[in-house]
Design a binder for this molecule. Structure first.
Ligand code: FAD
Length: 184
């Protein structure tokens, strides 16, 4: 019986906190605090390491015809996805190159749908959580904020992986919304 007093059993899930305004606010805060250190619209084209440091070449995506620029530093912390990094001119060892090319990536897609009215709450009494389906949209996820409020709300109208995501990702945004609405 003791186990039922433990609030981490699956029927008593721990509280999950979220940033006010959504996860995007984390990136916004970094931008606010580190604005002077960031170069926007810089597409890295080459990373070259030598005995004394690293040189990173980039182009300005706003003006691709402009001169290629470069920055030099003691170290480079690179967070470019491996699927792209393997296509960039980078002087790493052969085993490192092979390791980078060997990491598989999965495909995924999400569709956000804003409705004028929170019909899932008003008509269906659904407050947060997820509806799982056997359709290509996989799931419908309901907002966990502003419960009982009137006016508009945003649903996660689809969140799929694998085969279905290739189909969804090849649609235009408009077609994607139509498909998500139809399945929903
Ligand atoms: C549809 C979808 C839904 C997901 N849902 C969830 C979820 O609910 N929860 C969760 O935890 N994770 C989720 N993920 C996974 C999560 O988004 C990723 O794991 C995470 O964003 C990876 O972070 P990252 O910094 O490695 O790469 P990214 O976020 O992809 O960042 C890489 C950055 O590198 C930049 N870049 C690429 N090439 C260059 C270049 N040549 N020069 C300069 N910059 C370049 C890109 O513009 C990008 O900003 C989801 C992913 C997808 C696609």
């Amino acid at each position: 019986a003791d186990i039922y007093n433990n609030y981490t059993v699956h029927v008593h899930q721990p509280a999950m906190f979220q940033p006010v305004g959504g996860m995007g606010k984390i990136g916004d805060a970094f931008t606010r605090e580190c604005r002077d250190m960031i170069t926007f619209n810089a597409k890295v084209t080459k990373i070259n390491q030598d005995e004394t440091g690293v040189t990173v070449d980039y182009i300005n995506t706003d003006n691709p015809e402009s001169m290629r620029k470069s920055v030099r530093a003691d170290w480079c912390i690179c967070t470019i996805p491996l699927s792209i990094l393997t296509q960039i001119d980078i002087n790493v060892s052969e085993p490192m190159k092979q390791a980078m090319a060997a990491v598989p990536y999965d495909s995924s897609y999400k569709v956000g749908l804003e409705f004028k009215r929170r019909f899932w709450e008003e008509d269906e009494w659904i407050y947060g959580g997820i509806t799982y389906t056997d359709l290509p949209i996989t799931q419908i996820s309901y907002p966990s904020q502003d419960l009982f409020s009137s006016g508009s709300g945003v649903l996660l109208g689809a969140y799929g992986f694998g085969e279905a995501s290739y189909k969804f990702n090849s649609l235009t945004p408009k077609e994607r919304i139509s498909a998500a609405l139809e399945y929903g």
